[in-house]
Design a protein around this ligand. Structure first.
Ligand SMILES: [Zn+2]
Length: 358
């Protein structure tokens, strides 16, 4: 591999503005890179964004050209602050942002490793790449991708924190919910008896709602609350928003029913919930996991399979029958201005990706 080229493309990616639904600059940069590497590319538009899902196909080379294809996937957006980013290479071999934005190693470290692995591989199987927009909003880009376009039955999604060699084999269902609690407005001084206090009603429900870790594989949270219009008015509306996560899809759905019932028994409420992503679990004896184990070994890394309680683009692909893993790709302290990567880890994930496509 060419470490200088790897670092350069990582730094170039970081310098591009990359808000969710505003990944145009990243998609253009990558489409050009892929075509220069011999990929056929196509962008599949999504609703709500200025860039679509960027797909590329490259036939295999050398002895590996007859092998089944494999999909490598990463996302093009970053969390905020996502504009005006720059990569600062430190003396100790780490790379940070300038301090005023995120770095975007989540997920440009994954993209840079994919690009370098392909360039550095002499013999690789047919490769499909998919660079998705809007991953940071529950994978709203990949959710709109029609996977029947794909030739691969297996995929590796480079989008996980932790040491390179770590792979997430299971992830939860995530449901978001909203309760609009209705009361009745009245003057707080002149006629409080005529009011129905929406905030107090909502507060009573929240106080009794099981929150946090509600069973061995499920969490429930009320994360936002708003209501009221003035200090002298009995509030007629209180809106509470929260989320539920569970490794068990059915438990997540059941929990949403319980939360709804808790509000409905006490309040006049409009309750809504939405499944953002659905749980998956990849068997550890699946071929995609076997190959990962072997690739780690050949790359001199120790393979570790972990559950994650976060979502990724793979949640959507798993629903559609694609076998895969989400793998660590040299990102640390993600979703913060203290985010960093390290040159040695970027090299490791590149080496690992080279082995995965061999
Ligand atoms: Zn990510």
């Amino acid at each position: 591999m060419n470490t200088k080229r790897l670092i350069n493309s990582f730094c170039e990616l970081v310098s591009l503005d990359s808000p969710s639904f505003g990944e145009r600059a990243v998609a253009d940069y990558l489409a050009e890179k892929l075509r220069a590497l011999g990929f056929e590319t196509r962008e599949y538009a999504i609703e709500g964004g200025d860039s679509g899902n960027l797909y590329g196909y490259l036939p295999g080379s050398g002895k590996a050209s007859e092998l089944p294809p494999v999909l490598l996937c990463a996302h093009m957006d970053t969390v905020e602050p996502s504009r005006g980013k720059r990569a600062v290479i430190r003396e100790d071999g780490t790379i940070t942002s300038g301090g005023d934005t995120v770095l975007g190693a989540d997920d440009f470290a994954g993209i840079a490793a994919i690009l370098e692995a392909i360039q550095a591989s002499e013999a690789h199987r047919p490769i499909e790449v998919l660079f998705c927009p809007a991953e940071e909003v529950y994978g709203k880009g990949s959710a709109q991708f029609d996977i029947s376009v794909l030739k691969s039955q297996e995929c590796y999604v480079l989008d996980l924190g932790g040491k390179v060699g770590t792979a997430a084999y299971k992830a939860p269902t995530i449901i978001s919910w909203e309760a609009k609690v209705h009361g009745k407005a009245a003057h707080a001084g002149f006629a409080p008896q005529e009011g129905v206090h929406a905030i107090q009603l909502a507060a009573k429900v929240i106080a009794e709602l099981p929150l946090g870790r509600v069973d061995g594989e499920t969490t429930c949270n009320a994360g936002l609350i708003s209501g009221g219009t003035a200090t002298n008015i009995i509030p007629d509306l209180c809106v509470v928003k929260g989320e539920i996560r569970s490794f068990s899809h059915s438990k997540a759905l059941e929990r949403a029913v319980l939360v709804k019932a808790a509000f409905e028994t006490r309040c006049e409420v409009e309750f809504s919930s939405a499944v953002n992503i659905t749980a998956y679990e990849t068997p550890l004896d699946a071929p995609v996991a076997e190959r990962f184990r072997e690739a780690c070994e050949r790359a001199g890394l120790s393979a570790e399979f972990v559950p994650t309680f976060g979502g990724s683009d793979y949640n959507h692909f798993a629903q559609k029958g694609l076998s895969g893993l989400v793998i660590a790709c040299a990102m640390n302290n993600v979703h913060s201005r203290a985010e960093f990567t390290a040159i040695a880890e970027l090299e490791n994930v590149t080496r690992l990706t080279m082995e995965l496509i061999r």
